[in-house]
Design a protein around this ligand. Structure first.
Ligand code: G3I
Length: 372
C-alpha cells in the first residue's frame, strides 16, 4: 500500500502536479494580500457565465462601486435601500470573497436631505451629527458579519493637507471624522475601519493624512488602514507614491490600494486625481485610442503596472489589499472622467474580458523568490 502511494506521488511530481504554479491573480496573491475588484450592480446580477467565472477566479475581494454610498442606501431620511448591497454580499459569499464597505461618509454622493431641514435651511451641528450617527449605525449594523471593513470617511483632505471644506466640515467641524470613526466602531466593534483618499502621491496630502491618523489614534479611535485609491497615470511619481505608503505604515496603520486604475489618456490639464466634480469638454485630440490601443502604449501600461506591483509585493507585510476599480476596460468610470465619451484602457481585463499582458507577469512575480 505504502509503496503504491509513494509511486503515485513520484508520478504526480514528475508530471508537475505538486509544483503547479498559480495562473490567476487570486491564486498567485493568496499568501501576499487580497486582490479585489469594484463591482457595479449590473455585474453583480449578470448571468454571463464567463464574466462570473472571471470575477470568481481572479479576485479574493470585492467592493461596491456605487450601491453602498449614502445617496443609494438612504435616499430619504429613514428610508433605507439595502437591496443591491445585499446582492453584492450574496455573490461574495458564494464566491468566498471578502467584502469592503464603501463608503460611509463622503461629501460627494451624500443625499441632499442630509444637510437641510424641511424648509431647505442648513441643519445645525447637532442635527447633522445625529444624522451621521443614525446612518452609520443602521448601515454598519445591517452589514455586520458580512462586511470586513469600512471606508469610514472618504476624501476629507485636500492636496495641500488642509481639511476639505465640505458640508460635513463646515457644519460639524473637523471632528466629524473622529465622530464617524467612533460611530462605526460602536456599531460593529469587529469591523475594520479605513480612511480612504486619492492623490496620495502628493506630499501635502501625505502630511495631512498622517496628521489625521495621529489625531484619531490620540483620541483612542480605531483605524486599521489607510486606503490609497490609486487612480494613476503615466506621470504619477512612483517614488512619492511609495514614500506615502511607507509614511502611513510608519504612522502605525496598514495600507490598502483601494481603487486602482491607470488611465492611458492625456489629461486636459496635466494633473491626475479623482475629484468627481472635475469635467472637461470632449475633443478628438484627447481621445486618441478610440479604435484600439497601439502596441507601444499597451506595453507602456504593462510596464507601469509591473512597477506598481513591484512596490506592492515589496510591501506585502503591511499592504493588506489591492483592489482594481472595475473589472473590464469597458466598464471603467475613466471612460467618462474627466471628459465624457472617451475610450480608456485602465484595468486588468480588456473589453473582451481578456487579461492584459501585465497580468501574467504579476502572477509570476507573486510566486518568485524575490518577494519572499
Ligand atoms: O444611478 C444613476 C442612474 O439612475 C442614472 O440613470 C445614471 C445616468 O447618468 O446615473 C446613475 O448614477 C451614476 C452612478 O455612477 C452609477 O452609474 C452617477 O451619475 C455617476 O456620477 C456615478 O459615478 C460614480 C462616481 O464614483 C460618483 O459616485 C462612478 O461610477 C464611480 O466609479 C465613482 O467612484 C469613486 C469612488 O466612489 C471614490 N473615489 C473616486 C471614484 C471615482 O470617481
Amino acid at each position: 500500500m505504502k509503496r503504491s502511494v509513494f509511486l503515485l506521488a513520484a508520478v504526480m511530481a514528475t508530471i508537475g502536479v505538486f509544483s503547479q504554479k498559480a495562473t490567476t491573480m487570486r491564486e498567485a496573491f493568496a499568501d501576499k494580500f487580497l486582490i479585489g475588484t469594484a463591482l457595479n450592480t449590473r455585474q453583480v446580477v449578470s448571468r454571463d457565465k464567463a464574466l462570473q467565472a472571471l470575477i470568481k477566479d481572479n479576485f479574493s475581494a470585492v467592493v461596491a462601486e456605487n450601491c453602498m454610498k449614502a445617496e443609494v442606501l438612504q435616499p430619504q431620511e429613514g428610508v433605507f435601500n439595502f437591496k443591491d448591497g445585499d446582492r453584492l454580499c450574496d455573490l461574495a459569499e458564494k464566491n468566498g470573497q471578502v467584502v469592503t464597505g464603501h463608503c460611509l461618509i463622503w461629501h460627494s454622493q451624500a443625499p441632499r436631505w442630509f444637510f437641510t431641514d424641511k424648509d431647505g435651511k442648513t441643519v445645525s451641528r447637532e442635527v447633522l451629527v445625529q444624522r451621521m450617527k443614525d446612518h452609520i449605525y443602521k448601515v454598519v449594523r445591517h452589514y455586520k458579519g458580512r462586511v470586513k471593513g469600512w471606508d469610514v470617511v472618504n476624501e476629507a483632505i485636500e492636496g495641500n493637507g488642509d481639511f476639505r471644506k465640505s458640508r460635513f466640515y463646515k457644519i460639524i467641524g473637523p471632528d466629524f471624522i473622529r465622530l464617524a470613526f467612533q460611530f462605526a466602531h460602536e456599531a460593529d466593534p469587529e469591523a475594520e475601519l479605513y480612511y480612504n483618499d486619492y492623490g496620495m502621491d502628493s506630499p501635502g496630502k501625505r502630511e495631512g493624512v498622517v496628521r489625521l491618523i495621529k489625531d484619531l489614534k490620540a483620541h483612542g479611535c480605531r483605524i486599521d488602514a489607510v486606503g490609497m485609491q490609486s487612480h494613476v497615470g503615466f506621470n504619477t511619481p512612483l517614488d512619492e507614491y511609495e514614500k506615502s505608503m511607507d509614511t502611513f505604515i510608519a504612522a502605525g496603520v496598514k495600507v490598502m490600494v483601494t481603487e486602482l486604475d491607470l488611465s492611458v489618456l492625456p489629461w486636459p490639464k496635466g494633473n491626475y486625481g479623482a475629484a468627481v466634480e472635475t469635467n472637461f469638454e470632449y475633443q478628438k485630440k484627447i481621445d486618441p485610442y478610440k479604435d484600439g490601443l497601439p502596441k507601444a502604449k499597451a506595453k507602456e501600461a504593462d510596464d507601469f503596472y509591473i512597477k506598481l506591483f513591484d512596490i506592492y509585493l515589496r510591501h506585502s507585510k503591511d499592504l493588506t489589499r489591492v483592489t482594481f476599480w472595475g473589472v473590464t476596460d469597458g466598464d471603467s468610470w475613466k471612460n467618462g472622467f474627466p471628459v465624457r465619451g472617451r475610450t480608456d484602457y485602465p484595468l486588468a481585463f480588456d473589453r473582451k474580458m481578456k487579461p492584459k499582458g501585465f497580468v501574467k507577469t504579476i502572477v509570476e512575480m507573486a510566486q518568485s523568490d524575490k518577494y519572499n
